[in-house]
Design a protein around this ligand. Structure first.
Ligand SMILES: C[C@H](O)[C@H](O)[C@H]1CNC2=NC(N)=NC(=O)C2=N1
Length: 98
């Protein structure tokens, strides 16, 4: 079971995760797309990455053109390296789409 990261480690990791922020025991990022279908496409990319990593965030499509991804490690009860890896992998996958 991965170790929960201390606050200093979370902040250090966030410096390399463009667009992501800490919210309590989670890492979160919101994208604003052109429209609803764009938001759903992004949600599907995130879902694909999550399944490949076997690490599953909450994915919320909302306000017509926005997607908010929120990740925490349920097995550990906080933010771990698995959440950092998911955030980094999602950023890499979506950078291709930009
Ligand atoms: C058995 C399976 O590997 C575990 O339940 C995985 C699945 N996906 C997961 N996703 C998240 N966000 N946290 C977990 O602890 C987790 N554990």
């Amino acid at each position: 079971m991965p170790e929960v990261l201390d606050a200093q480690s979370v902040e250090r990791e966030l410096s390399g995760l463009s667009g992501w922020a800490r919210d309590g025991d989670t890492l979160t990022r919101t994208w604003q797309l052109k429209g609803f279908s764009g938001a759903v496409q992004v949600a599907n990319v995130v879902a694909y990455v999550a399944n490949r990593l076997n690490h599953h965030p909450d994915i919320r499509v909302h306000d017509y053109n926005q997607v908010t991804v929120t990740t925490t490690t349920h097995d550990s009860g906080g933010i771990t390296a698995n959440d950092v890896r998911l955030a980094s992998s999602v950023n890499a996958a979506l950078a291709v789409a930009e």
